[in-house]
Design a protein around this ligand. Structure first.
Ligand code: SF4
Length: 368
């Protein structure tokens, strides 16, 4: 019988584990503390659980912790890690330190089904869903874990296409029995998966970022196939219906509003004109949100080019003048293929790896 994985289980699930193995109910809290507060690497380390029960646990369960098998550091300090998953795949995770914060960009799937034409992960196609154990492992098996201030679900994959596992991860990240983070430190990004957007808004308190990139449905549909299934105007309608401020206050008394942001990669000549910025203002009218302008990072064999920084600043200033608060996102980790839109593990999955992941990829557009 295949062993189940303890890491990634909620407290309710750990209570079931304790019940099934004949352990006292309080053992579930002890296991949660070992998993999420002490972040141990083996069941044998659970020293306040009797040897007999530890052996029973080991008979049926594995812990689920896996160290990264490769690390590459950018000249700007960004670090990209390659983590193995429970199912034998690999995913990339990017650590981005700045003077004020340390952000971790985690993956939610191996590859992605969404097929955005400007994204390396989109080209990779979809290989597998990540489990809560896989997602959490990217966080607490990170060597810099203790320095982290923010988590963004902006790595490989569409998080809302793996909604149950992402919600469960968010629960464990924020619950007192788990990592006890404030939900305001966690942002989940989506192309606007309408199947699951309301569920996410209702069942989580984490921030949400919409990968917008184009200001009209017609233009968006040309480069983002998801637009056909989930039109951006409908996504915006759902967001306008949702009361971000009150929903937040219900969960966290006195806390600031849950943040809604839109990500907008600025391409030269494609979405950076005066007309486009007016369409953007029109689309977002009435929403309390911010727009993050992101430089495009060139991918091989693609027709896209990045808009000049001067143009991006003009758009930022115009949007802010029009009442849509806007920021310019700095480019990080481009030299190690860790920047926005550059993550891909397709070739890696095909290779047989040694323990240190030293087999180099020979195709020029993959960095591993
Ligand atoms: S941009 Fe995001 S949603 Fe689109 S293909 Fe890439 S990972 Fe998937």
């Amino acid at each position: 019988m295949e062993k189940k994985t303890l890491s990634g289980m909620t407290l309710a699930e750990l209570e079931n584990v304790a019940y099934e193995l004949g352990m006292p109910k309080y053992a579930s809290k002890q296991i949660a503390t070992w998993l999420y507060t002490k972040q141990i690497f083996s069941i044998s380390e659970m020293s306040n659980i009797s040897k007999a029960f530890r052996e029973k646990l080991e008979e049926h369960y594995v812990l689920g912790r896996k160290q990264p098998i490769k690390k590459v550091k950018s000249k700007d300090g960004t670090v990209k890690y390659l983590f193995p998953t429970q199912s034998g795949h690999f995913v990339e995770t990017v650590y981005i330190p700045t003077a004020e914060r340390a952000t971790l960009c985690v993956s939610s799937q191996v590859g992605c089904k969404m097929g955005c034409s400007f994204c390396m992960t989109g080209r990779q196609g979809f290989q597998a869903q990540l489990t809560p154990a896989d997602i959490l492992n990217q966080i607490y098996s990170l060597p810099e874990f203790a320095t982290l201030t923010n988590i963004v679900f902006m790595g490989q994959g569409e998080p809302l296409d793996n909604i149950d596992n992402v919600l469960r991860t968010c629960e464990i990240m924020t619950a007192p029995y788990g990592l006890a983070w404030s939900p305001k430190r966690i942002t989940v990004s989506t192309v606007g998966d309408l199947k699951n957007l309301r569920k996410f808004l209702n069942e989580s308190q984490c921030n949400i970022a919409i990968s917008l990139h184009f200001p009209t449905s017609a233009l968006r549909a040309e480069y983002m196939p998801a637009e056909k299934a989930w039109p951006i105007n409908k996504v915006v309608e759902v967001l306008k219906d949702y009361d971000f401020c009150n929903a937040e206050l219900q969960w966290h008394e006195g806390a600031k509003q849950r943040r809604l942001s839109f990500e907008y990669i600025v391409f030269a000549g494609l979405n950076d004109s005066h007309r486009h910025r007016d369409q953007l203002v029109e689309l977002l009218k009435g929403l309390d949100c911010r727009v993050n302008l992101i430089p495009f990072h060139t991918i091989p064999d693609s027709p896209f080019t990045a808009a000049p920084e001067k143009r991006m600043k003009e758009i930022r200033d115009y949007l802010t003048y029009k009442g849509v608060f806007s920021t310019l996102r700095a480019s990080r980790g481009e030299d190690i293929m860790a920047a926005c839109g550059l993550l891909s593990t397709k070739e890696r999955n095909k290779k047989k790896l040694n323990n240190y992941g030293r087999k180099e990829n020979t195709r020029r557009h993959y960095s591993w």
